[in-house]
Design a protein around this ligand. Sequence first.
Ligand SMILES: *Cc1c(COP(=O)(O)O)cnc(C)c1O
Length: 401
Amino acid sequence: MTRQNYKPATTLVQGGITRSHYGETAEALFLTSGFVYDDAEQAEATFAGTAEHYQYSRFGNPTVTMLEQRLAQVEGAEACRATATGMAAVHAALMCHLQAGDRVVASRALFGSCHWIVSTLLPRFGITTEFVDGSDLAQWRNSLSRPTRLVLLESPSNPMLEIVDLRAVGELAHDAGAMVVVDNVFATPLLQRPLELGADVVVYSCTKHIDGQGRVLGGAVLSQRKWVDEVLQPYIRNTGPSISPFNAWLLLKGLETLALRLGAACQSAEAIAAFLAEKPEVRRVWYPTRDNHPQAALARQQMRAGGTIVTFEVADKATAFRVMNALHLIAISNNLGDSKSLVTHPATTTHMRIGPEERARLGITDGVIRLSVGLEDLEDLKQDLAEALEAAKPTSSPGYL
Ligand SMILES: *Cc1c(COP(=O)(O)O)cnc(C)c1O
């Protein structure tokens, strides 16, 4: 069997390992900032690029390389660079490629900081940016009828789980001359493979499902070797968004269990979506592969499962707060993709800054709650949600009113 034939679950455990002369079983943690040379000639050759040798952990580190190789193998990408955070990955992928005068088209439903980079940072450097509704192909077609340098999108999106047709947008973008960058955080490399659907670059916040245990921040950029080596690497090397070898080591261990964790959480999420849909207190449930999702067919076509996030709507902000405050097991947090189940009220936290108009455009009402489903027992999670919905009924909490 060649490496390419291994299934993802195998690659997640074995991919990218380089053992030291001690023959350690687990990936070694090279907690070192620099490296020494045998002699001055080796240092000279390394800097000249004629000898292969680590120089400095801002440029590369053996533990980080193992993470990059494992991620590249599971994604089916030629090359990967890991970064300190997901935002460092998005920022590096955009800034290394763009220059003044360029035009960027992005889907409106982006992670808050990605939205800020496109709407606020890039225009400062003479880059024109335009947002479209990601699920509306007519808007993409219209915006991409003019020459464009880069397209940035997220699918499924946060928190409304909107799906972008990756293949169709990829074709329109390429016709416009644009490179397509997909933020694949919600899908993970196991549920959606954007490079196979025409994307040029995939970015991750490894902080989410890849660590998946709420421990460290991390990010990754994956693409063709030529672009990574010639465009991305000089940017990363000289601007320094590098990941700590320690965090890379934890992410390697996170990847080992990703398939198991994700499989379990997706199953629970799907069951919880169905469970919530039956509750009279719940007005609407969003889950990508559920029949009532407006793009369920597309989601099933480009994703292997619906993911670990379920979004649902109750009557209003007061009800949403009562539900969240009545949960015992599920904690309130703005994070997601953790083994611990977490709820977020997007309108007052993650999506507070974009303002009421933009929230309305994205469908983020004050009653919307985002649930990141973790690894607790499904029955316990359902019971926690049922009790919280019950407790949130206005009549049953007179003290609150
Ligand atoms: C969390 C997240 C990011 C940013 O990642 P950090 O690791 O927090 O910097 C970017 N995009 C999406 C979709 C995310 O969920």
